[in-house]
Design a protein around this ligand. Structure first.
Ligand code: PLP
Length: 759
């Protein structure tokens, strides 16, 4: 369906979709290559510490002058477990220093720790022979974004919220919430970064020991990602002890020593796991690179690698951390903020409680000013539950030179202040189909029920062959088959619905359908645009080429003609070229008041597009799977659920995965909705495809006659308590179009335009 030259496999699509890690690396790469001055407070690149650079230079000269070492470094394939002398030396060093009973058989090298996580997570989690899905548990988030997408299948990561301890009026610390950490047999491994990226949090020895004993009791390994930590490069500012035993998998790397280019990851684990890693590496890489191991071997042999951390690397970053913190605190004076305790790595994690814009928007504004930080929302892999905190944090690296850091922090503080002081939406730049730099403020007040809708009277309604495969609700051989009766029936049904709504006091704006291009589904405008209370008009990426033609350039003008203010256009249609789709409020069921976006995945609803939209609008995505009775994915979320101000109608049987079901229902319950359940028969009759609106006499619930007739008496009575039930018979549209009343209504949530002041 997309314009791609290469038709990728499922796995291919899985690994080429946009990921947080790619976006971050892309932004960094572009910033570095662009020549413009960019203050790089974003990346995970280590600092260029002169003493380390001098050591590397000296060692490279030594290798160049030593034919044997040079041969080992670049002329021979190493074993897939990695260079043996290096592994031997490392086992010896760790055994001597910490008393760990290690041999070279306990150590495997990889192409960087990112590669280690790919191998380990897929070895230890995923679907197992008995069909069960096992996951890697991140006991506290925020956590390293690089864990998010390494699974060859989705849903590999499960995560928990931490407890937030406010350690002073300007600082805080995340603690593992052990009360919320029961391990079930769905967990295949536990993983923590220590120090954590993005927060610099160092789990205490006792937290780590407790996690290790939980993991041991559950007979799963504890993976400790020590990329920044212990034993090397040792960027830990307080007291902490490294941990290893046969139930622990310790992942290390040469990157943060100052050698990210050599791509050397180190895994210390039970020999059985090392053997499995070796076999996978042989398939993936044949061998592991030897540049890093040969370069670093003498420092391991002599123990210098540990001393370098203590003597040079750790104090270097500790001093920078103190300076950066001082500057940031000064610059942010008067703004509500907290900085996570600076305990290690080289990041400051800034929390801005009550930030009036999403952190993704702050990131974009800063990028425009030439400052690159990272939006915190990336760092909650596996934590699907709504949590405003996710959108209130940014990660700032202080690894750059002090002047860059100081200038970047001053600009950051200025933008933060503007966000707190300014109106919810400002400096609108893009319009008319361009991508707007401004996402909506999460605090812009929005009612759930719109007082007005836009409808498009169909000029050429009919069954759409391009959408039939994914829409199991379409019945092309249904009751109204000949073209003449369809041409008569569809507009008549349309008018009946529009009249019924108007009678109930809903403002209905009707746009006439067009003669050309011929768009058989144009009666369902809610799929290609949505409107929002801050004046945002969103255009969506559509799967079917003939549905893309429904987008009309006169829409904005029509809305403005009716007195609405369109302040910005967020055009996501560019995602179509990448095969990513999101069909408006068909794919999304929005809880506008609580800023939750429910989305069931289908050919028409790509999780990546959901996340993109949510980041732009400051919504919390709740993405899940839902199938009809025959196991086919439900094409649009709005046929299986509807969210009103105080109620939600949900065909919960369609959500087959227990965790997904709990997530969806839990979020609805948490926001105080009364749940009205419908079954498969009601679903087929479009009883889920209803919409709450605001009418002249109070709330209105619009649904089709067929849907109303199918509703069980109890459900019907429950619904009637929440609004006047307004119906029309739209059989032809339902049968041939595979959509019902809700699909025909594009709510207008835009603000009214202010009258133009007299000149
Ligand atoms: N682990 C954490 C916590 C990281 O932040 C990073 C990279 O920034 C890595 C691992 C990956 O390091 P490597 O360069 O060894 O792949």
């Amino acid at each position: 369906m997309s314009d791609e030259r290469f038709k990728l496999s499922e796995l291919g699509r899985r690994f080429t979709r946009p990921t947080g890690a790619l976006e971050l690396m892309d932004d960094l790469g572009r910033a570095i290559g662009a020549g413009d001055e960019i203050l790089l407070l974003g990346g995970g690149n280590p600092a260029k510490i002169p003493e380390i650079q001098a050591l590397v230079r000296e060692r490279l000269r030594e290798v160049a002058d030593d034919p044997k070492a040079l041969e080992r470094m670049i002329s021979n394939y190493a074993h897939p477990t990695g260079d043996l002398p290096f592994r031997r030396a490392l086992a010896k060093l760790l055994a001597a220093e910490y008393g760990w009973p290690l041999t070279a058989e306990h150590i495997a090298l990889t192409a960087g720790s990112q590669a280690s996580f790919f191998l380990l997570f897929n070895l230890l989690a995923g679907r197992s022979a008995d069909g069960r899905m096992r996951r890697v548990l991140l006991p506290t988030t925020p956590e390293y974004v690089g864990y998010a997408d390494v699974g060859v299948e989705d849903g590999l990561i499960a995560a928990r919220r931490p407890v937030i301890e406010e350690t002073s009026d300007r600082s805080f610390k995340y603690r593992v919430d052990f009360d919320n950490l029961a391990l079930d047999d769905e967990i295949g491994a536990i993983c923590v970064s220590r120090p954590a990226n993005p927060t610099g949090n160092v789990l205490t020895d006792s937290e780590l020991a407790r996690l290790a004993s939980l993991a041991k009791a559950a007979r799963v390994p504890l993976i400790i990602d020590g990329a920044y930590g212990l034993p090397f490069p040792g960027i830990v500012f307080g007291d902490a002890t490294p941990l290893w035993n046969e139930d622990v998998v310790l992942c290390l790397s040469l990157s943060k020593l100052g050698l990210p280019g050599v791509r050397t990851g180190i895994v210390v684990a039970h020999p059985e796991l090392i053997d499995a890693l070796t076999r996978m590496t042989a398939v993936l890489n044949l061998a592991v690179g030897s540049v890093g191991p040969v370069l670093a071997e003498p420092w391991v042999e002599s123990g210098e690698i540990l001393a370098l951390g203590r003597r040079t690397i750790m104090p270097f970053y500790r001093d920078k951390a103190c300076r950066a913190r001082e500057i940031l605190e000064r610059e942010l004076e008067g703004v509500p903020f907290r900085i996570h305790e600076l305990e290690g790595a080289f990041f400051m994690w800034l929390w801005l409680p009550g930030l009036p814009i999403a952190s993704a928007e702050l990131y974009r504004r800063l990028k425009e000013r030439g400052v690159l930080v990272l939006s915190g929302h990336y760092f909650f892999p596996g934590l699907d539950e709504p949590w405003p905190h996710k959108h209130e944090c940014v990660r700032i690296s202080y690894a750059q030179d002090d002047e860059t850091v100081a200038r970047g922090l001053a600009l950051l503080a200025r933008e933060v202040r503007a966000a707190f002081d300014g109106p919810p939406v400002h400096s609108v730049r893009a319009s008319g189909g361009e991508r707007s730099p401004n996402a909506k403020s999460p605090s812009a007040p929005e009612r759930q029920a719109a007082t007005a809708v836009l409808m498009i009277r169909p000029a050429h309604f009919g069954a759409n062959a391009e959408t039939a495969a994914s829409n199991r609700f379409q019945s092309p051989d249904g009751n109204a088959t000949d073209a003449a009766s369809i041409a008569y029936a569809a507009p008549a049904e349309f008018d009946a619905l529009a009249d019924a709504l108007e009678r109930a006091g809903v403002r209905v704006h009707v746009l006439e359908g067009r003669e050309t291009p011929v768009c058989p589904d144009e009666v369902f405008p809610n799929n290609w645009f949505s409107t929002h209370a801050d004046g945002t008009l969103v255009l969506y990426p559509m799967m079917a080429p003939n549905r893309r033609l429904e987008r009309r350039s006169d829409l904005r003008h029509e809305l403005e003609r009716h007195g609405y203010a369109v302040r910005q256009v967020l055009d996501l249609s560019g995602l179509e070229a990448r095969g990513l789709f999101l069909e408006g409020t068909g794919s999304l069921v929005l809880d506008r008041a609580n800023r939750l976006a429910f989305a069931c995945v289908s050919a028409r609803t790509s999780p990546e597009a959901v996340h993109e939209l949510c980041a732009r609008l400051g919504y919390e995505p709740i993405v899940f799977g839902a199938c009809d009775r025959d196991g086919h994915p439900i094409y649009h979320t709005n046929v299986m659920m509807s969210v009103g101000t105080e109620f939600a109608v949900v065909a919960s049987e369609t959500i087959r995965e227990r965790r997904d079901r709990e997530r969806v229902l839990g979020a609805l319950r948490e926001t105080g909705k009364r749940l009205i359940a419908i079954g498969h028969d009601e679903l087929r009759a479009f009883a889920g495809n209803l919409l709450e609106l605001s009418g002249g006499r109070g709330p209105v619930i619009a649904l089709s006659r067929r849907a109303l007739d199918a509703l069980a008496p109890a459900a019907r009575a429950a619904l009637a308590e929440h609004g006047e039930l307004v119906t029309a018979s739209i059989d032809t549209i339902e049968t041939l179009g595979g959509g019902s009343v809700r699909c025909m209504l594009a709510e207008v949530h835009l603000p009214r335009a202010e009258p133009t002041p007299a000149a």
